[in-house]
Design a protein around this ligand. Sequence first.
Ligand code: GAP
Length: 437
Amino acid sequence: MAKPDLMERVVNLCKRRGLIFPSSEIYGGFRSTWDYGPLGVLLKRNVKDAWWRSMVQLRDDIVGLDAAILMHPRVWEASGHVQAFTDPLVDCRNCKERFRADHLPESGACPNCGAEGSFTEARQFHLMFKTHVGPIEDDASIAYLRPETAQGIFVNFLNVQTTTRKKPPFGIAQIGKAFRNEITPGNFIFRTREFEVMEMEYFVPPEDGPRWYEYWCQERLRWFVDLGIPEEQLRLRPHDAEELSHYSAGTSDVEFSYPWGWGELEGIANRTDYDLKRQSEYSGQDLSYYDQDADRRYVPHVIEPALGSDRCMLAFLLAAYREEEVRGEKRTLLRLDPRLAPVAVAVLPLSRNERLNPVAHEVADLLRPRFMIDVDDAGSIGRRYRRQDEVGTPLCVTVDFETLDDRAVTVRDRDSMSQDRVPIDKLVEHLEELLPQ
Ligand code: GAP
């Protein structure tokens, strides 16, 4: 499928099937933000759960945190964001559109109106959203909507380290909203002004920074492949010196091949001791760590994998989208990993029938506590299979007239479309085998 078509089809599917809607749509939309509908919220939750499971649940060296969005404004002075969190902005003198100077095409022509040599000099545009806390709007009440969750972790380093008694190497993971006044939001949920980020700060002895940086680059790449993104659609790209953020001694992006070309999916940065030292300097609190075994005190270095949940969800959707021909008919499907699929099991009575419905509801009640399910009895069974394929439901359970006699149901697989007959009293066990965590 041509790549521009792929993007358009995924966006259409998301709208049509209730995954993602334009925010404030009844007012014409808000361009830079999106709302997640009933299926979208399930998919996004599964993406976040998969990340949390791999980062926190399955490891004994990482703990979780949920820090506030609004923090003391000094946090952002210490982090360098107040001074340096800017993008270069240019205006087209011809059409008045604004662009990020570092995202312009090489031709130098305006991407909107095509005018040549029409750009103003670049000026720095600040990306943090400012607000005021309390009833008085003056300089003393300024607060910022956080542009990353990382600083919430650094300012809690001591709280977490002392209460959990973790020793470096150890990490703190957090998922939460972040806000950036992007100059050019776009490409659907790829770049938005409000987004969710999944960040983990891994604190290590200074001399171990480079080794752990390499480890996390490989580990993060592996996570995407494990959840079904083909290796050839991923690559690791180290930043060159001019590209590095003010805090970084080395950054690599996990890039994904989007329909418009390779682009950032996740960033993995070696932030050295920059953040802990700066927060220590600005707060007057000692954020060093005393290593009793080695009898030495040091400020840990930090390796940070940071991934947008929305952007990551887009990559999973793009990688999973397929159109196939089955017996002369088109079928659209999302080949999502079952751990990510919004609905795990659909229960489908063969037809709307007063003898089948009670059994279908009995099966649904049996499955509901274990799996996210959907019950659908509207339309032909073929059309209902297609509807489930389109939103990536890995398994459908069909209740038919034979079920009334043999107390067995048909389990149909999304990808192979193969069907197995399974007794109702073995169904939960059978589905659990097919849907590992
Ligand atoms: N604490 C490090 C940090 O914030 P970043 O590379 O600026 O690093 C991390 O952001 C990740 O957040 C990106 O790799 C991307 O997945 C996601 N992200 C960043 N800006 C975004 C935006 N405007 N919209 C959606 N996702 C965004």
